[in-house]
Design a binder for this molecule. Structure first.
Ligand code: PD2
Ligand code: ZN
Length: 536
């Protein structure tokens, strides 16, 4: 469980983060713009392929015409060859043709076809999705299936968590999913995907799949390995022995597969350990489709945390009193959200996980979203003003002091985007924390209404909050009485199933509150040995 306890590294500690990450990485999985580019590239490639095929077809047509022309002589001569050749006209025709006409035909045959199209395709190739992109997309689907308890056979026909999407998955897609699940060591899921792939391939065009290297034989062999790795030895052996090609070697193969048990080569987050979290994600998704709201204790207007709220109170829903978790409505206007998107969009890049142990940042399966800290070096004065207005509003709503940090993190989740359950506090000793204290509270703004998935879930208190554009979720990370870390604030972002999810977080620091709240100090469960520390 240790790896799911992540803490968020403040920007002040890692100033080079900004300098490094300005140019957004092409992300075909999360970025809407790149998705559109992908379609554009697909269209270009298809045009080139068709134009290549037309050129090839033209050549074939010419060569067929020539062959037909040449064949005329032979056909005329058939059965009366001697008479045919003794005719001087025929003789001259044949001699001339064989001497003169074959050379240009040979030249035409040797001439390469569609070089321009091949070169263009090769140049586009460099910008196409890589194996990493495919792994990420497979991983996103893998995560969605695990978190929402889905069956590969349903997903393959477009039925995802009770929603029927248009389209379905081909045999090659299911095979790719099977290979991913196999590499991730989930042999049960691999077996399911590969069975679907095998069934689908029986019904789909063989020639195309042969060309792209997806054969029944490959699928059957991997399916047998998955079944055996999952303990279904006899099913695998029967399948191999009933296979028309593999039957003779079926027994030997199954023995081989038993002896060489596979080792996972892809690192995926341990979702099995987040069962309650998954349940919450599922129930939030059901509510989303039924357009119901989460269970609320009480709903009222907050007019007290700052004098300003007497004039402009915020509607506030008490989602939990202990720990204290509130949802404030209509905190951000559509225009402000639009501005936030504009100032963040070009600077988004994949969020990373920070390893406090060796001070490195890396992309990790525990968190998949693109993000940027606001403000950044290129934020224009007009946008700075919007950000400080939002800061002031956070102070008004929460009644807390906002000095330290001064940065908000804008996040954009794409297909399968998620954040495994974690605490937002650090529980660690760094120079920044010595100066600022820990994260006493979190404000999470929802910047859009998510179509499917993507709720924020607190598994220890059985609470899931679906996104609601313009609202702000606010909670205390420290226990109100003991000021110890409140472990019940353990929370995560459920995998996103469709569309994008936009949020913005602002963490509020402990020592900023020293003149507002009583000073608190240990007994705290400091645990310096925990190595994995948070997002950047
Ligand atoms: O986006 C969310 O729902 C979410 C959930 C949990 C974001 C964070 N944590 C975070 O950024 O810390
Ligand atoms: Zn969090």
């Amino acid at each position: 469980m240790s790896f799911i306890i992540f803490l968020i590294i403040p920007i002040l500690l890692y100033p080079n983060w900004i300098a490094e990450g300005y140019i957004g990485r092409k992300n075909y999985v999360t970025s809407a713009e790149e998705k559109m580019n992908l379609l554009e590239k697909d269209r270009e490639l298809i045009i080139l392929l068709n134009s290549y095929a037309v050129e090839l077809q033209d050549k074939i047509d010419v060569l067929r015409g020539v062959a037909k022309e040449f064949k005329k002589n032979l056909e005329e001569a058939r059965g009366r060859e001697e008479e045919y050749l003794s005719n001087p006209i025929n003789r001259l025709t044949l001699l001339r043709q064989m001497h003169e006409d074959w050379e240009p035909v040979e030249k035409l045959m040797q001439q390469p076809v569609g070089q321009a199209q091949i070169e263009s395709i090769m140049s586009i190739h460099k910008e196409l999705p890589t194996q990493n992109d495919l792994n990420e997309a497979n991983h996103a689907m893998f995560r969605i299936i695990q978190a929402y308890g889905l069956e590969p056979k349903d997903v393959a026909r477009g039925l995802v968590d009770g929603v029927q999407y248009r389209g379905n998955l081909s045999a090659s897609n299911c095979y790719a999913m099977g290979k991913f699940a196999f590499k991730a060591g989930n042999y049960q899921m691999a077996s399911k995907w590969l069975s679907v792939a095998k069934d689908l391939l029986m019904e789909q065009p063989r020639k195309y799949h042969e060309l792209i290297g997806v054969t029944i034989m490959d699928i059957t062999l991997l399916l047998a390995r998955s079944l055996i790795a999952n303990g279904n030895i006899y099913i695998a052996r029967d399948m191999l022995m009933n296979d028309s090609i593999l039957s003779e070697t079926g027994n030997v193969l199954s023995l081989q597969f038993i002896r060489n048990s596979p080792r996972p080569t892809i690192n995926v987050e341990p979702w099995e350990s987040a069962l309650t979290f998954n349940d919450l994600c599922r129930s939030a998704s059901r509510r989303q489709s039924n357009k119901n709201k989460p269970t609320r204790l009480h709903c009222r207007y907050n007019t007290t945390t700052s004098p300003f709220l007497k004039l402009a109170p915020f509607r506030m829903e008490e989602l939990s009193l202990d720990p204290y978790i509130m949802l404030y409505h209509n905190v951000l206007s559509d225009l402000e959200i639009e501005k936030l998107e504009q100032m963040s969009g070009p600077f988004l890049e994949r969020t990373k996980v920070f390893l406090a142990e060796n001070g490195t940042e890396q992309i990790a399966p525990s968190r998949s979203a693109d993000g940027v800290w606001l403000p950044h070096l290129q934020t224009i004065p007009e946008d700075l003003e919007i950000l400080s207005q939002i800061e002031r509003r956070i102070g008004d709503i929460t009644g807390l002091n906002m000095r330290t940090g001064g940065k908000m993190q804008f996040l954009k989740y794409g297909f399968g985007g998620h954040f495994v359950p974690h605490h937002d506090y650090f529980d660690s000793k760094t120079s920044f924390l010595e100066m600022a204290g820990d994260r006493i509270a979190t404000v999470l703004f929802y910047l859009n209404n998510v179509e499917h998935g993507g709720a924020t879930a607190f598994p220890k208190i059985n609470l899931a909050v679906p996104t609601q554009k313009g609202s702000a979720l606010f909670w205390h990370n420290l226990d109100g009485e003991s000021y110890d870390y409140d472990k019940r604030t353990f929370h995560g972002a459920c995998p996103l199933i469709s569309g994008n999810k936009l949020v913005m977080t602002r963490w509020i620091y402990e020592l900023d509150q020293m003149f507002l709240l009583p000073t608190m100090h240990p007994p705290r469960s400091r645990n310096f040995s925990r190595s994995l520390r948070n997002q950047v």
